[in-house]
Design a protein. Structure first.
Length: 434
């Protein structure tokens, strides 16, 4: 048995055992990787190398953008920006069937595009629209299902923390190109949810009768413009070369803080708690990235990605079947692993295979993020699923009957994004980012 196979077996078995006993995912990855390295290196060298990789993995300038975007999202979550986005979305949804559910989807797309966090969108938008839907007689399970199904769009529509992590791991992939590549797939996801929500809402009798006058619509959009400008400032500045993605994340924090203070939705005394909550979330992500880099180094050192590539290519040389197999693996992985460690582990494995088959690295990054976004709404580790159910005051079991059809719609979107590269590559190409 080769060293690569031995290391792979030790790594996988230990990881599964640790997770089965409830050990945190980051610690499970770090310990299983460090122990597996002892199969090929002396103990003192294995643990010294692990410590070096732990530092090197988190010592990346581009990763500085993550804590800033997290902080910006938390400020907006507490700063009255969500309600203004909801009001804009209500105008856009108009007289559609299940108009408040449609508003939920549009607002999640807007809030996700600003905060970059699906969980934050599920909490902020769901917490704002949920009571309104309950007043109009909407079924809480239906409302929660729509909120949960649409919240992950924030992982695709920029700014996206998962794209920043992928760019760091992949090495030569532009964050700007990834940001632009995520727009159309994110919109496809959102539109699919809106269509199904409209069909289901019409069957349930959720027909909107309220008519918004032009003056009210104009007033609502004028109030929402300052919030929406954050997208223009951050993304426009990055594309225009005025500042980098990391610098843009810091600007997002400053703008969101000033806007929230202007709205008088937060006080100066609220900021320490918001910063502390953001620091905790950042620490968790950074620690996980550092530990996952140990596993990435062990796999690269033993040639495990090459071994996996040979095994996959040995099954078939049909690129369409290989892409389908990759999607199935990532969907399964997403059900029990958070997006960040999954990106760090599976990017070195699948990226060489996909690029060897002619898939653009930017295209692969979007497919990877799309797959792992699905994992955030599937049990047992679906963070957005749990957040949405908690906000909606319902159980996961009761929501699933409404949520299952949305999985089908999302799966169709995944296939379109996977097999039609222009969906992801059109905007980056037009903007000269590829």
């Amino acid at each position: 048995m080769s060293v690569a196979v031995q290391v792979a077996i030790v790594m996988v078995v230990l990881l599964v055992v640790f997770l089965a006993f409830g050990v945190p995912i980051g610690v499970s990855i770090g310990l299983s990787s460090a122990v597996s390295m002892m199969c090929m290196l002396p103990g003192h060298i294995a643990f010294t190398t692990s410590a070096q990789r732990l530092f090197a993995g988190s010592n990346s300038f581009s990763l500085i953008a993550i804590p800033f975007f997290i902080l910006a999202g938390n400020i907006m979550n507490n700063g009255g920006i969500a309600i203004r986005l909801v009001n804009c979305a209500k105008v856009l949804s108009g007289r559609m069937p299940a108009a408040l559910a449609q508003t939920n989807v549009v607002a999640n797309m807007l809030f996700g595009a600003i905060s970059g966090s699906g969980a934050a969108a599920a909490a902020a938008i769901g917490g704002t629209i949920g009571p309104l839907e309950k007043e109009e007689g909407y079924d809480s399970d239906f409302s929660t299902a729509v909120n949960v199904a649409s919240a992950p769009v924030g992982m695709l529509i920029p700014p996206s923390n998962t794209m920043i992590v992928f760019s760091t791991v992949a090495g030569s992939v532009s964050v700007s190109a990834l940001f632009m590549a995520g727009y159309i797939p994110g919109i496809i996801w959102g539109l699919g949810i809106m269509i199904l929500a409209g069909i289901t809402g019409r069957k349930l009798g959720y027909q909107n009768t309220e008519k918004v006058t032009f003056s009210v619509a104009l007033k609502t959009f004028l109030e929402g413009i300052p919030s929406l400008l954050l997208i223009v400032i951050v993304i426009g500045g990055i594309l225009g070369g005025i500042f980098t993605a990391t610098e843009g994340s810091a600007i997002a924090v400053v703008y969101a803080a000033l806007l929230s203070l202007f709205y008088r939705s937060i006080k100066l005394s609220d900021i320490p708690k918001i910063v502390a909550d953001s620091a905790k979330m950042t620490g968790t992500i950074t620690f996980m990235i550092g530990l996952s880099s140990i596993m990435s180094w062990a796999m690269a050192f033993t040639g495990i990605p090459d071994m996996v590539a040979e095994a996959v290519l040995g099954l078939t040389d049909n690129r369409f079947l290989i892409f389908l197999l990759m999607n199935l693996i990532l969907l399964v992985v997403g059900t029990f692993m958070d997006a960040t460690p999954a990106i760090l582990i599976f990017t070195p494995i699948f990226l060489p295979i996909c690029t060897g088959l002619g898939m653009n690295p930017v295209h692969f990054g979007i497919v990877l993020c799309y797959n792992l976004a699905v994992g955030t709404i599937t049990p047992p580790v679906g963070t957005i699923l749990f957040t949405g159910c908690k906000v909606g005051g319902v159980t996961i079991e009761s929501v699933m009957k409404y949520l299952l059809p949305y999985f089908a719609v999302i799966a169709v979107g995944l296939l379109l994004v996977t097999y039609i590269p222009v969906i992801s590559l059109l905007l980056p190409s037009l903007l000269g980012l590829l």
